[in-house]
Write a protein that binds this ligand. Structure first.
Ligand code: ARG
Length: 279
């Protein structure tokens, strides 16, 4: 019994640790406090807690900069610009994509920026800003298979990967219906599975597919057109009811879009990902 009890205590202690150890944001400062709205709460906390999944070049990824591992990307540039305009610091929480929106609903993050497609389904639970990027759906394959895998039917009976919790799971199920879906949490692991041949294809969004193909000589984008949906476009996710915050983010996004800055971020970070892979 004593042994059992101490086992319980260990588990309880671990759970407490896990609950506290989330990316350094010490509490739910992010959610509404008193009669402050979300925007005011972020400003008075002096920090913008951002949930992301840094496995998605060129939008968010790890890179060695001056010998130091850092999280960079177009979304990170965007977040830094937003924080500058709000006059606050940034705290980036790197999670599995599957956990990014959960962090938002639990109040651990103020916003989620992670190449998130603003789907109708997600809109039932979260607010979204205006779209800031519109991707296409692509299938990444081994270069050697370019001829063998050049039509949707060629994937019948084949294994096709998608990131766990992403809309690409539905793309595989709906558009490559005769293939077998393999869901994996992290994009770099999917890339490795593809290189090793344990999956035959991998559905990714255009800029991301191009970036990983540029970093891996043995991979290619299949010459197959998949259907896109207006739901695919990326937007920043917010807790429901964050009207003031949403308006402010939309103002900043519009400013950056009008100047072409977001496309510049994507280009710059595509180059950065390539240079980093080459090193
Ligand atoms: N756009 C897709 C979705 O929202 C994939 C996003 C994956 N993002 C990431 N950082 N891994 O489902």
């Amino acid at each position: 019994m004593k042994k059992l009890m101490s086992g319980f205590i260990t588990v309880a202690a671990l759970l407490t640790l896990a609950a506290c150890g989330n990316g350094g944001s010490s509490s739910t400062d992010s959610s509404k406090k008193g009669d402050q709205n979300q925007l005011e709460a972020i400003k008075s906390a002096g920090v913008l807690n951002v949930a992301t999944s840094a496995d998605f070049a060129p939008f968010e990824f790890h890179a060695l900069i001056d010998g130091k591992d850092q999280i960079v990307g177009a979304d990170i540039d965007l977040v830094n610009e937003i924080a500058k305009e709000l006059g606050v610091k940034v705290n980036v929480m790197d999670l599995e994509f599957n956990a990014v929106l959960t962090a938002l609903s639990q109040g651990k993050a103020d916003i989620a920026v992670s190449g998130i497609s603003a789907t109708d389904e997600r809109k039932q639970t979260f607010d979204f800003t205006d779209n800031y990027f519109t991707p296409e759906q692509k299938i990444v394959i081994k270069k050697d298979n370019t001829d063998a895998l050049s039509a949707i039917d060629d994937f019948s009976g084949k294994k096709v990967g998608a990131q766990k919790g992403s809309i690409q799971e539905a793309v595989v199920q709906n558009q490559l219906a005769d293939s077998q879906l393999v869901s994996i949490a992290k994009v770099p692991n999917l890339i490795n599975e593809l290189k090793q041949g344990s999956i035959d294809g991998l559905v990714l969004e255009s800029a991301v597919a191009d970036s990983y193909v540029a970093q891996n000589d043995d991979l290619a984008v299949a010459d197959i057109a998949l259907e896109a949906s207006p739901d695919d476009s990326y937007a920043i996710a917010l807790p429901k009811g964050s009207t003031e915050l949403k308006d402010e983010l939309n103002r900043i996004l519009k400013e950056l879009n009008d100047k072409g800055t977001i496309n510049e971020y994507v280009q710059k970070n595509t180059d950065l990902a390539n240079e980093n892979a080459a090193e």
